[in-house]
Design a protein around this ligand. Structure first.
Ligand code: ADP
Ligand code: ZN
Length: 724
């Protein structure tokens, strides 16, 4: 494609319509990657000037062209990142606009430099508060932000906040979005690496020095010091004056990471996550795009930021499922990170103690390079892992801790050591049932049970967030006193511990309790100061944390994740339990792990007990191979949804009926999707299974592109769906 001079093609950020051509007014110098404001009808919309011939020719009569209105003052999106955006749109069957919105981080790019005024809570308590104002003040203890943000946080109107500001409850704070980030110092505190660490570090640092694309799988057992090791690559990139991105799977891990980073490099890095305040968001966006922030630690969305001079991406805990984005643009951050390294020419490190099967496969076929750290750092040994057969060593009725595990907990208490009980279920009980009529409490919007959260006294849907007060009687038969909680969540395990071991100091660690970096930091401080004996937690606490006094891990229900036959059930269970076990015995005292199960002979459990990782991976690889499952074959899920069930079914049938025939590709369905109803929408699914040689996306694009649907129907494609 070549455009006449002074004509540019612009991808609009706010529209689902394709790119449009505009004229550059005299004197405006702008090329590909520049962020601009353009007219569309009566509106003014942001967009990015685009290049490449993927859009084909769309000749517009020169006389009809409208002028670009404004060139936004920010560095243009670089060529490498533009090609990455093309790739993501193409591979994940989404639109450029959706991907570019992540690059520009909504409005962060459109800020002017200078200062912004936020408001911070003062100590002042205005007299005679209206109930609304009083409630807002309660909700905003310690808060700071723009009026609009404070109002949203407290769930009140902007005017309530303005009133409170007038009354003196908040004071203005001026923040400069140009305040630079301090530069990390590569040689601030260089640790002495052991031999295996040094060998891995050397390979990575020389790749950084040669600044070429390569993907490393840094595969070190839990406690082997992967962080110390990849920090050497970070240091080298800093010496080369490059920027570094470290992706973490959970916000809850940020705070301890920042502390370690500061110990090594002298200052804290910049951070990026989804609940940042807009002022901070702007400041980081500017500093990343002008190259002044050298290191960014963030959640997966940081991956799309326009780094001026990127030289290294680390994906820590790279096997984690939270790197897969499940709504909006459905992408896998691990895979996009690798592609970014490829388009912009720098190394990417995937660090994990339990690498994804896909990553191991890439090492096996020579596409990625494996770096191993086979033992724990220093004197620490790998923990001893034992299975508890729940059919022989059964807990009491309505209890979930087997006698053997209870005894081990008692021993730790006597010795003043800490324990972790792992159960991947938030709340008190996953299901509430009426003993008289059998009624079960289900979410009105989703195909899922309402989970009892006793601490906050309500039932909640974990899919849509719907909540209801705890029922006093059965809505079906009216019987009071007949409702029973079925099965355990972490709160119930905590109750059991408190009953059986009344002297133990317990803490529950889930996304309900560690929902912010500050809460997570508080949790870490309490455990480190030994104010806690037993942690009861979900997968959130099974990774990253390093608690040297923790010597016992109990897995309450190892069978939970193995039910249901989803593609990755075995792999995920193996990873979760191995990670949980990895928290035990990281200091000088040896660790012990008990896995409670009804199937001690299940290959996953057997491999964990034998400490034979390869046995598990090899068997799982064979199974995937014979099923043509990833990484040997590929899937895509087409999800059709509507508030009207008939409409969803009809649209799904129409899509199924139009399914193309292609060698090496098979289409299953339509059938109700695994969550047949979600947030009030009925969902149907078609599953595409293809050999690797098939151009699956091109086929799907053509197939769906030719169909029309009623307005209420949404069709989304999930390429490489994570679990199904
Ligand atoms: P992993 O991430 O591989 O599970 P960590 O990076 O958390 O392991 O390391 C485990 C512990 O060992 C941490 O406390 C870390 O500071 C320490 N450690 C690892 N390598 C070194 C080293 N070379 N020198 C000093 N301490 C180290
Ligand atoms: Zn729901």
């Amino acid at each position: 494609m070549s455009l006449p001079p002074n004509r540019v093609r612009v991808v609009l950020l706010t529209q689902a319509i394709g790119p449009l051509d505009y004229r550059l007014p005299d004197g405006m110098k702008a090329g590909p990657g520049c962020v601009v404001i353009v007219p569309l009808g009566p509106r003014k919309l942001p967009g990015v000037i685009w290049d490449g011939d993927i859009f084909g020719d769309a000749p517009v009569d020169a006389k009809k062209l409208r002028n670009v209105l404004e060139l936004v003052e920010c560095p243009p999106i670089g060529k490498g990142l533009r090609r990455l955006v093309d790739w993501v749109a193409d591979y994940y069957l989404t639109q450029h606009a959706a991907v570019l919105r992540m690059v520009l981080a909504s409005s962060a790019a459109f800020s002017t430099s200078g200062t912004i005024t936020e408001y911070r809570r003062t100590g002042l308590e205005p007299a005679r508060l209206t109930p609304q104002r009083a409630a807002a003040l309660d909700a905003l203890e310690g808060a700071q932000g723009l009026v609009r943000e404070l109002a949203a946080e407290a769930g009140v109107s902007d005017n309530i906040i303005r009133g409170l500001i007038k009354a003196g409850a908040f004071e203005p704070v001026t923040i400069s979005v140009d305040t630079p980030f301090l530069e990390p110092i590569p040689d601030f505190a260089i640790p002495e690496l052991n031999e295996a660490q040094q060998a891995a570090a050397d390979v990575m640092t020389s790749a950084v020095r040669n600044s070429g694309f390569e993907t490393f799988v840094l595969d070190g057992v839990t406690g082997s010091g992967k962080t110390e090791t990849y920090f050497e690559a970070v240091a080298e990139a800093l010496r080369q004056e490059k920027q570094i991105l470290v992706l973490l799977p959970e916000i809850a891990l940020t705070q301890p990471f920042l502390k370690r980073f500061e110990e090594r490099f002298g200052v804290e890095p910049a951070t990026w996550h989804s609940n940042m305040r807009s002022t901070q968001r702007r400041r980081v966006w500017r500093a990343i795009s002008d190259g002044s922030a050298k290191v960014l630690v963030g959640a997966r969305s940081a991956l799309f930021l326009p780094f001026a001079n990127p030289g290294l991406i680390i994906v820590d805990e790279a096997h984690e499922t939270s790197f897969k984005q499940e709504d909006g643009v459905r992408y896998h951050a691990r895979d996009v990170a690798v592609m970014r390294g490829r388009f912009e020419g720098f190394p990417v490190v995937l660090a994990s103690a339990t690498p994804a099967l896909e990553s191991r496969h890439m090492v096996a076929i020579g596409r990625y390079k494996g770096l191993e750290i086979p033992s724990r750092f220093g004197a620490a040994k790998m923990p001893e892992i034992k299975a508890i057969d729940l059919t022989l060593d059964a807990p009491e009725r309505q209890h979930w801790i087997a006698p053997t595990l209870l005894k081990a907990l008692e021993e730790r208490l006597e010795r003043g050591e800490q324990s972790l009980l792992f159960l991947n279920r938030r709340g008190f009980a996953p299901l509430t049932l009426c003993r008289t009529c059998g009624h079960r409490f289900q979410c009105p919007n989703c195909t899922s049970w309402m989970v009892e959260h006793r601490l906050v006294r309500r039932l909640a849907c974990h899919h849509c967030g719907h909540v209801m007060p705890p029922p006093e009687e059965c809505p079906e038969c009216g019987e009071a006193d007949s409702l029973v909680a079925c099965g355990p969540g972490v709160e119930r395990i905590s109750d059991e511990v408190n009953r059986l071991l009344p002297d133990a100091r317990t803490i529950i660690a889930t996304s309900d309790t560690l929902w912010s970096p500050e809460k997570a930091a508080e949790f870490v401080a309490r455990v480190e100061s030994k104010a806690v004996d037993i942690i009861i937690g979900t997968q959130l606490v099974t990774k990253g944390y390093h608690f040297p006094e923790l010597t016992l891990v109990g897995v309450i229900d190892a069978d939970l994740g193995l039910e249901g036959g989803d593609l990755r059930a075995a792999e995920r269970t193996f990873q979760q339990i191995a990670q949980a076990a990895g928290r035990a015995g990281r200091g000088e005292k040896p660790g012990e792990v008990y896995i409670q199960t009804r199937n001690p002979n299940h290959p996953v459990i057997a491999a964990l007990v034998a400490g034979d990782r390869d046995a598990f991976y090899d068997a799982e690889t064979e199974q995937r191979k014979s099923a043509g499952a990833p990484p040997f074959g590929r899937f895509a899920a087409i999800i059709i949804s509507s508030e009207d069930e008939r409409e969803a079914i009809e649209a799904a049938r129409a899509i199924g009926g139009a399914a193309p025939q292609a060698d090496g590709m098979y289409v299953y369905g339509p059938a109700p999707a695994p969550l047949a109803m979600l947030r009030g929408r009925y969902r149907q699914r078609l599953l595409v299974h293809a050999q690797r040689s098939v151009e699956m996306q091109a086929i799907i694009r053509e197939w769906l592109g030719g169909l029309q649907f009623p307005r209420g129907v949404r069709v989304g494609v999930d390429v490489d769906p994570y679990s199904f």
